[in-house]
Design a protein around this ligand. Structure first.
Ligand code: F6R
Length: 614
């Protein structure tokens, strides 16, 4: 993920900034850069590759200054080359910007600026922010006003820091949405820090202010002033971070699970960043390089995993079969290992695992290996066994997941599987470059869609409060969202100890429908996907048996609004990406029920984060 560090004080900024970037290296990146202000001039050094390449460049061409910003970038718009690395500057080098996120309306803004005569020096979406601020400053606005005006024009989830030679004694920073956090560090003796993540600044100060979505701040040597994007002042809350870094990472959230649910826009952005190019539609996994010949030679993919990770494979099967026309079989890893599965050298065994250490999943991988299959994995923990033993892997890029109940490590692999399916489809000649571009373009909106669901957390909380004492319920789904029903039910049962059954809706009539009555709530996953009409009749049947219905449905769906007792609304999204968005209200629903019941949400009874025994 992109990392941000900013400094204003009385010491040389560059060592502080580069050191801060080092602390963020674990998030991954493909280029890095730094800008400092000296004698009214902004100087920049930017390099593709690892941080040490930038450090060597700075050693060759030193930079000095006591105010500066720095960045590690994962490419989204434009390849990882020097000129696309951040910070980005205006032609007169009076402004520099670093940015995490995706400017969703980047193309429209770029076209507008170009029609006004602006020349772009990079392929990035970030550069539009520089030119927008520049335009407002040239019209006579102050830096704060210009930044505010520019920020209000951006769509999407973004975190930004701005440095200006015209107003050299301040940094402007802002957080728009959840895809990128901003923390401001209050140092001693006129020193202030800004970062995307706590580890970048913790060695300097433990007194911090977290910006909320929709807030911007003016940071000077004297302190920070926080405003809404409308310019209303906000009281600056300073939190002292405890020495325990794990506790520190929890930030303002009561539980890690809630924090991790809210981290999803950022986790999803990190998942996409560095892999796709929105301008060309190209997809590349550096750790799973694929040629057209290899993709064409795959006769079958066996997807295997446990629990939540297994549910991702159910979505993966639909995607790979639809887009790449490769037959996919999914099997729970604890079954796969003993099933004597039919596997040969022309097949791939693909394991999904957050920890990469789950005993059953590793055993399934060994089984596949022994039978000569190519081993792939999608894994979160770097260096884990599932990563090491695989012939190729995709790393989840979601950062540490601490809560036992998996959330961000569910949605991120869904996006990985989508990208993999698109790429396999393309390489096998099933998808044209135009179709690939369109499928890839949708990805840039995913963090924003999840963000929209999160903004309705309080409404979901209220429904959870109402249903907190239920003892049983059904989660129903079909097609690509059958997995969403399974996963929603698993989330609820594992942290609230309420019996929740995830079921394919079409199977209800073959038995389980006998259980439906007014004491058996039905949670129906019914977004606008190809199975919508079928799901609707299941909802009608549940209602006619008196069962209360909570639906996950698409905004504007009046039929569901009339039929269901409660609705968790999600935005209208392409159906192949709907599982990523539809699960989010169900994660929140499970969380709020368990929290309202006063249970140990992050450490549910009888469960461990990593199941390393059979
Ligand atoms: C449920 C959950 C588990 C894990 C399963 C596999 O919230 O977290 O079902 O998904 O134990 O774990 P990993 O992904 O580490 O292989």
């Amino acid at each position: 993920m992109c990392g941000i560090v900013g400094y204003i004080g009385h010491r040389p900024a560059v060592p502080i900034l580069l050191n801060g970037l080092k602390r963020l290296e674990y998030r991954g990146y493909d280029s890095a850069g730094v800008a400092v202000l000296r004698n009214g001039q902004i100087e920049v050094r930017r390099k593709a590759g690892k941080l040490r390449v930038l450090i060597e460049e700075v050693a060759r061409n030193p930079l000095e200054g006591m105010v500066g910003i720095a960045h590690t970038r994962w490419a989204t718009h434009g390849e990882p080359i020097d000129r696309n690395a951040h910070p980005h500057v205006n032609p007169h080098r009076t402004l520099a910007v670093v940015h995490n996120g995706i400017v969703e309306n980047f193309l429209a803004l770029r076209e507008e600026l170009e029609s006004e005569g602006v020349t772009f020096a990079s392929d990035t979406d970030t550069e539009v922010i520089v030119h927008l601020i520049d335009r407002h400053m040239q019209a006579g606005r102050s830096l704060v006003e210009a930044a505010r005006e520019a920020l209000r024009m951006l769509k999407g989830s973004n975190a930004i820091v701005v440095l200006s030679a015209q107003e050299p004694d301040k940094l402007i920073t802002a957080r728009l949405g959840n895809a990128g956090g901003i923390v401001i560090g209050h140092g001693e003796d006129g020193e202030m820090f800004v970062a995307s993540d706590l580890p970048a600044i913790l060695e300097h100060t433990r007194r911090v202010t977290f910006l909320e979505p929709g807030q911007m701040a003016v940071v000077t040597r004297e302190g920070a002033q926080v405003f809404t994007l409308e310019g209303e002042p906000v009281a600056v809350e300073i939190t002292t971070v405890p020495w325990d870094i794990t506790a520190a990472e929890k930030g303002p959230y009561k539980h890690f699970m809630l924090k991790e649910i809210f981290e999803q826009p950022r986790a999803l952005m990190d998942t996409i960043a560095g892999r796709v190019d929105f301008r060309t539609g190209e997809i590349a996994f550096s750790t799973l390089p694929l040629t057209s010949e290899q993709a064409r030679s795959i006769s079958k993919i066996h997807m295997t995993a446990c629990g939540t990770a297994y549910h991702t494979t159910l979505v993966g099967k639909v995607l790979v079969e639809r887009l790449a026309r490769i037959p996919v079989e999914t099997m729970i890893a604890s079954e796969f290992r003993y099933a004597d599965p039919i596997v040969d050298e022309s097949m791939v065994v693909l394991a999904v695992s957050q920890s990469g250490e789950t005993a059953d999943t590793l055993a399934a991988m060994h089984e596949g290996k022994q039978k000569g299959a190519t081993l792939w994995s999608i894994v979160n923990v770097i260096g884990s066994q599932a990563m090491r033993i695989a012939d190729g892997y995709i790393s989840m890029q979601v950062g540490p997941e601490i809560s036992v109940a998996s959330t961000k490590a569910y949605t991120a692999p869904l996006v990985d599987l989508y990208m993999l399916a698109v790429q396999l489809g393309f390489l096998r000649g099933r998808i044209t470059p135009e179709e690939r571009l369109e499928l890839v373009e949708h990805l840039q909106y995913v963090p924003g869609w999840v963000e929209q669901v999160l903004s309705r957390a309080e409404a979901i909380h209220q429904v959870a409060f109402k249903y907190r004492h239920m003892r049983h319920c059904f989660y129903l789904g079909r097609g690509i969202n059958m997995a969403t029903a399974y996963e929603g039910a698993l989330k609820l049962k594992e942290i609230s100890y309420i019996h929740a059954e995830g079921y394919p809706a079409g199977e209800m009539k073959h038995g389980p429908i006998a259980l439906l009555d007014e004491d058996m709530p039905v949670i129906a996953v019914i977004p606008q996907d190809p199975w919508y009409e079928k799901m609707l009749s299941q909802v009608e049947q549940a209602k006619s048996r008196g069962a209360p219905v909570i639906a996950v449905a698409t905004e504007g769906d009046e039929r569901i609004a009339d039929l269901a007792d409660e609705v968790f609304w999600i935005p209208k999204v392409p159906w192949m990406l709907s599982p990523v968005v539809a699960i989010v209200p169900l994660q929140l629903f499970a969380y709020y029920i368990a929290a309202e019941l006063g249970l140990d949400v992050d450490q549910p009874r009888n469960l461990a984060k990593s199941v390393t025994v059979e």
